[in-house]
Design a protein. Sequence first.
Length: 636
Amino acid sequence: MTQTLTKKPQRSSKDLPSDEEIEVGQWYWVQGDKHDDALDRGGCWLGCVVHVGSNYAELKGVCYIARVHLDEFWDVCEREHRPQDFIENQRAKYQKRVAKLMARVHEITAKLAVAPSPELQSGTETKALATLNSGSGDLKGYEKALVKAKDKTLPALFKEIERANKALAEWMCADLIPLKAKARGMEKVIDVIKGRIFNVELYAGLSEKVVQITEGDCAAVDAKVHLLQRRHYMDEECLLAYQTGGMSFKDIEEFDQWLAVPANRDRILPFPRCVVAFKVRRNSKQQDRPYMSLSEFINFLFAYEADKQTFLYLRNGDNLYRMDTAIEFDKKLFPDLDRQKLGGKLWARMFADRVDRLITDDERQGLLEEEEREEAERLRKLRTCPQKDRWRYQGSRRQTVRDYEPFDQSNVHYDDIAAHIAGEIQQHNRIALILQGLLDRSPVFHPHPPWRTWEDDGFRSAFELVYDESRALVAGAAPDFEAYRTRLNASLKTGSLTVGQQEAWERYAAEKDYEKQVRRRGYEKAYRHTRLRPYGNPGPGDIARIEKWQPRKRRATYVWERERLHRQWRSDSETVPTSYTVDAKDLLNVDAYTPGGYLQFFQDPRTRANYLQWAPLLLMAEEYHAGNRKVGPDDS
């Protein structure tokens, strides 16, 4: 149970005598809620100091944990010099409680003759029951006692025994609390060593490989290196293999060729000198077939891991490079706040003792003004709206600005926020280390001035941060694909060209194949395809005409020819007519599609993450209007 102590400070930690220094491993009585019956003694609980921060001490007990500001520490805590005596007393108390409860269980079972007793040891249960039934005992009363013991008495006792055993186990582990706290302090030294080793690897490029894609003229000597914040995804940008869920690692060279086209390069790397982080895919690619051998499964695991790798694409004028690195980057190449703003007044929103969001004082003031405007608008509508609509504007909206705490010594989360800021600065330093290493030991950005990126002035003269992730503001509501599809499908009719029917039919064929395997094998462990195109049956086609439209049910029927599986003597035809009916919600009207319609979903950052699932429909319609797609089944 976590406690938050907010008592007003009456005594400053600066005035504490030297003999009252707070150290990890010391035990204290901590004031708690007087109404809590679970407290150890007189409204207090016994806690051990597990961490001492710059302005707070964290105490942990058997059932409680609290973070206490040092200015009020001696107002709510009292030193316990002999904690072992109390801990031993608690252990003895719960041991006695468990023994007493077990004795009670034994007593009840003995009375009911369901535990070992002289009466049952000398004979059988049949003899005992016969004795009761002969008149020397109350058989009905015995039955009621058994039922009561089964349903009420014994379950309640067993629950009490479980709680007592749990409490006993917790007090048995109380001695480990200070030991774990001291061990945790040693882990920080190891983290510092790991960090230094990692920095050496970053600068020396021990885990990276640079491949040149194109050659040409270099950028101007004084041109800055622009760092784009947003991580890009190869399959979304170039849409290679969009019909099969996106590209994979084996397509990396094809992506290099696509990116080398000046129009594509200038769109994604728009500055003479710039760096963009890429991953192959945003989400894992689904495999739609069973693994037939161990080698295929190993290759799949290798491709799965490679798809998660981060690549840095570097541009220097007409020179384009790809840097393969084993370093794991975050979704953003660098934090939202630059290093200069990290030194000003900051406010933090906390969640479970970690920083959920960090904002500057100016940003907080902007949020406060926005909330005041919204509140004033709510009150205005409440006064002017009809009586029947007043419920919409009742109650004040939650004030999100009040969730933010100042980053200063009055905040018990000061050290957590400071650690978060240090992490943000470390992220800046990480990319700076990589690029400084490239500047010093690689000709990628040559020629360039002697930049010293570890200094603020040198960093600003060398790099320009492009906040294209969180600061990409787009006016209006995000485009809605389903609303767009509904608008296009409103004009569907017999003879309309559509896309989407092929995927719907292949999913239907996969489900029928699975049911067939289950019937044949007699169990449900058959491999389940997500999509299937049976041999000799091409399906309606990626782009097909509606043979019959049902306007009331909003359903479309398609007709095509498939190969005859078994030759019949009555017919010389080698094909059989086949039909399939699809709901309009799975279709997209190609006739109503306007070329370029896909761009609204591709370019908006709010829909980019989901774009690839709509790409097959949108791009097949786009390719048809460009003359690159035919109508009807694909026999390949």
